[in-house]
Ligand binder design. Structure first.
Ligand code: CTP
Length: 410
């Protein structure tokens, strides 16, 4: 799996000779695991055809702002919401000037204006145009607005001149885009995450399980790794591939998950229980396949250990986060769970039509001792990043408070 797995990259293309390299950039982004969509300006279409970019991105290219058909499909607001990051490559002098002015006079500038996600630009132009005070002034404005400026590189230009103004090479751009997701907020910390369902055997072929896909837990583990943590993901049976840069431990039953978690807790700072652990197991799984000879069959179920509550109880210095699937009154239920399990934070997710187990989107209500905070409906990958940010902020505040309590005792 690549460094951009589960990332949605909206590639903007503007008019410049370097636009021919954008096809390769899109291919490289997809090789790195990203999902891509393309928005072209009218100028870009003079240099590369929408058909080429449609073929490499795997989706129709978006070109028009005022097109009722396009807006009825994925309109400018949907595109802005869809993206985890917007990368404009090449970014022409004209586009950078329009972006600096906050214009919304075509689809690409409008999407950039409507987006709440990071925007990166890869300038490409004649070296004199780049050096021009007007362009440099625009770049200062854009940097002050936290737009990420990738490049330009120096070298021989299409116009025959030599100097700064070449678009960065596609592989370099992919590396720089990946870095945008690396926040470093959990640098030096160890995080243990559980994910997926558990499988409680009834006999060698049957079992009790649930509909958890593992998507949320895997996204949380990936986001923690991106934030710089050393991550151990203890996963029940899922169809998902191991997340990149994460140590994945595959288990089957709740008891296996309990054992695996406890054997990886040494040196851990944060535990996040996302798994939908079966509350009960069959006391004694049948050694052979149960035949349908009897009219009735009674299974005796016994309680499984509560992994999250045990971690919180046995390792009070670990910052513990639990998930709660709720259909109603999430805040009250989450608060009750916070107290009963002795944990630090509950992420309550609503389950219902279009939300929860198998859906790609979710929303969360974060409840800790002091307050609650809503994380709006979003794809699970961006929601996981937002959750990791909230956990990091709380973890660091808690350890600062502990340090100052310790200092005042000494
Ligand atoms: N959990 C766990 N071990 C269990 C059961 C649950 O670690 N044996 C964790 C889950 O990973 C999750 C949280 O505890 O973080 C969920 O708590 P739970 O009490 O099971 O809540 P719900 O699933 O919402 O169930 P209910 O409210 O119906 O009891």
């Amino acid at each position: 799996m690549g460094t951009l797995t589960n990332k949605r990259v909206l590639v903007g293309v503007t008019g410049g000779i370097a636009a021919y390299k954008t096809a390769d950039l899109i291919r490289r982004l997809r090789d790195a695991g990203a999902e891509t969509r393309v928005v072209m300006t009218a100028g870009a279409a003079e240099f590369i055809t929408p058909l080429t970019l449609q073929a490499v991105s795997g989706h129709p290219v978006h070109e028009q702002l005022l097109d009722t058909e396009a807006e009825a499909g994925m309109g400018h607001i949907d595109l802005a919401r869809w993206a985890d990051v917007i990368v404009v490559a090449p970014a022409s002098a004209n586009f950078l000037a329009r972006l600096a002015q906050g214009r919304a006079d075509d689809l690409l500038t409008t999407v950039c204006l409507a987006a709440a996600v990071p925007v990166a630009v890869a300038p490409a132009m004649n070296q004199q145009m780049w050096a021009n005070a007007a362009t440099q002034n625009n770049m200062r404005t854009l940097r002050a607005r936290k737009i990420h400026v990738l490049g330009p590189a120096e070298g021989e230009q299409a116009c025959g001149e030599i100097g700064p103004g070449r678009m960065l090479e596609p592989l370099e751009l992919v590396a720089r885009v990946s870095e945008l997701f690396a926040t470093g907020e959990l640098e030096g910390l160890k995080v243990v995450v559980t994910a997926g369902p558990t499988w409680e055997a009834i006999d060698p072929v049957r079992g009790i399980t649930n509909r958890s896909s593992g998507k949320m837990g895997y996204a949380v583990a990936a986001a923690a790794a991106e934030a710089g943590a050393r991550v151990v993901l203890v996963s029940g049976p899922t169809a998902l591939p191991d997340p990149p840069r994460v140590q994945t431990v595959r288990v089957v039953s709740a008891q296996d998950m309990y054992d695996a978690v406890h054997s990886h807790l040494e040196g851990a700072h944060i535990f996040i229980g996302v798994a939908a652990v079966a509350d009960y197991r069959v006391e004694q799984a049948a050694p052979g396949k149960i035949k349908k000879t009897a009219d009735r069959l009674t299974l005796e179920l016994v309680r499984n250990p509560d992994i999250l509550a045990a971690v919180a109880h046995r390792r009070p210095h670990i910052y513990c986060v639990g998930f709660a699937a709720e259909t109603d009154d999430p805040e009250a239920n989450a608060r009750a769970k916070l107290a009963s399990k002795g944990i630090d934070l509950v992420a309550a997710n609503r389950v219902g039509p279009g939300l929860g187990f198998e859906a790609d989107d979710n929303e969360l209500l974060l409840v800790d001792r002091d307050k609650s905070k809503r994380l709006a409906r979003a794809p699970k990958s961006s929601l996981a990043r937002a959750l990791i940010h909230e956990v990091a902020v709380r973890y660091h505040a808690e350890s600062r408070a502990q340090d100052s309590r310790q200092a005042s005792r000494n």
